[in-house]
Design a protein around this ligand. Structure first.
Ligand SMILES: O=C(O)C1=C[C@@H](OP(=O)(O)O)[C@@H](O)[C@H](O)C1
Ligand SMILES: C=C(OP(=O)(O)O)C(=O)O
Length: 420
């Protein structure tokens, strides 16, 4: 087990260039694989999820040249071979659900494998959705591995969007490359900003998609990507949220690399820290966050579930009762984040109550860490990063078990945190 020791932090003051968005990067790699023209993707981070996406698209026949954070496509995926296909999505939920939709482009057997926490996460939405298209699927009790067979024979489908939006992202990306037009009817879609990101990037690649109120999506078949693409991945608001919160509770930071007009839903972290009393200011393209007063807050994170871990730490440092809505969105992440946050926060005397769809956090001002405390990441990158923030104002160093879970999204997180 790898353990990281984090020294006491008395104040936060520094500057960080935020790594690029793993969500946009995985989408860009998927779209690049479908292109018939040249594609350059710039500003990539070497996170495990992004590397997984590249590996998948390469196992479908695409070829890239990788140099200094850039991917240059030399060949798109090949759809001519009739050989059995097997992809390994490593630990990425997005890659697993997105690239499962690629099976619609192939008639031969298509196996989907993964590693670590993803093998425990439900694939029900993928299985039910692919069945709607006429596919046969074998699974391990609705979990990986999946064996997908048969032809894509239906083109008007109904899928459930209440647990995850990730499979819909895959369908939207793949549908323009099917022979027929497709209509996708979606029930109860959550995480809508992620669908906005998908559509945004599809437009950038020259693909069309119709969207009626996030309920009905229409796609013309036989589209292609045949213009050259040069795409720079913008900074990751989900990764940035940990440093935004660090400043709101412990001092100030300047963050570079983020887009103020981003479609990433997680940029609402700025609304949350302002509700909690922090000052937020853009100076040209630099984002400045500064602690002011710190007060409890109420926030709905239903559409931005990845913000829960940093928001819980923010609430822990504010004296009084904070309420975060959207608890149900946390069950199917790398860990059951409602429970893991409750267990870890209890170690610093912060009580979390888990209600129907709300989490109540009883913040005690400054969590008291008067002896060395060990947190478990539960092999979940966002729990590891959130618990690291408890070093702010601690009286003794803290330890994070299974600390390298951060490689999934933000490999330089500890290094960056130490500089502020
Ligand atoms: O599409 C994406 O890039 C993501 C969608 C969200 O998942 P759900 O749609 O499952 O909520 C989010 O939690 C995940 O980290 C990334
Ligand atoms: C839930 C996450 O990712 P994924 O579902 O893609 O594994 C995450 O990054 O917090």
């Amino acid at each position: 087990m790898n353990v990281m020791k984090i020294q006491i932090k008395n104040k936060i003051d520094g500057e960080v260039n935020i790594p690029s968005s793993k969500s946009y990067a995985q989408r860009a790699i998927a779209l690049a694989g479908l292109s018939q023209s040249t594609v350059i993707i710039r500003n990539l981070t070497n996170s495990d999820d992004v590397i997984a996406a590249q590996g998948i698209i390469e196992s479908l026949g695409a070829r890239f040249i990788r140099k200094n954070g850039e991917l240059h496509l030399s060949k798109g995926i090949s759809r001519d071979s009739t050989k059995e296909i097997s992809i390994n999505c490593k630990e990425s939920g997005l890659s697993t659900r997105l690239f499962s939709a690629f099976s619609l482009l192939f008639d031969q057997e298509f196996q989907v494998n993964g590693e670590g926490s993803i093998t425990q996460r439900t694939m029900e939405m993928v299985i039910d959705g692919l069945k709607e298209f006429g596919k046969d699927i074998q699974s391990n009790d609705f979990k990986l591995p999946l064996i997908i067979e048969g032809e894509t024979s239906k083109h008007e489908v109904e899928i459930d969007g209440s647990i995850s939006s990730q499979f819909l992202t895959g369908l939207l990306i793949v549908a323009p490359f099917l022979k027929a037009d497709t209509q996708i009817n979606v029930l109860n879609l959550k995480s809508k900003p992620y669908i906005k990101m998908t559509i945004d990037l599809m437009h950038h690649f020259g693909l069309e998609v119709g969207n009626k109120d996030f309920k009905i999506f229409n796609s013309k078949g036989n589209q292609s990507i045949n213009k050259p693409i040069d795409y720079k991945v913008e900074g990751d608001w989900s990764a940035a949220s940990f440093l935004v919160v660090a400043a709101a509770i412990g001092g100030k930071v300047k963050l570079t690399g983020l887009s103020a007009n981003s479609r990433q839903g997680d940029k609402v972290i700025l609304d949350a820290v302002q509700l909690a009393g922090a000052n937020v200011k853009w100076e040209n393209e630099d984002l400045l966050i500064e602690k002011n007063k710190l007060q409890p807050f109420e926030f709905d994170a239903t559409e931005c579930p990845d913000l829960f871990p940093p928001l819980v730490v923010l609430a822990a440092y504010a004296k009084g009762k904070s309420v975060i809505k959207g608890l149900n969105r946390l069950k199917h992440k790398e860990s059951d984040r409602g429970l893991t946050l409750q267990e870890e926060c209890a170690k610093v005397g912060v009580k979390l109550e888990l209600l129907e769809d709300e989490m109540i956090i009883y913040g005690n001002g400054q969590p008291i860490i008067s002896e060395e405390t060990t947190f478990s990441s539960h092999n979940d990158h966002r729990i590891a990063m959130a618990m690291t923030l408890f070093s702010i104002g601690a009286e003794k160093p803290i330890f994070i078990e299974n600390a390298n879970a951060i490689e999934k999204s933000y490999p330089d997180f500890y290094k960056d945190f130490l500089t502020i």
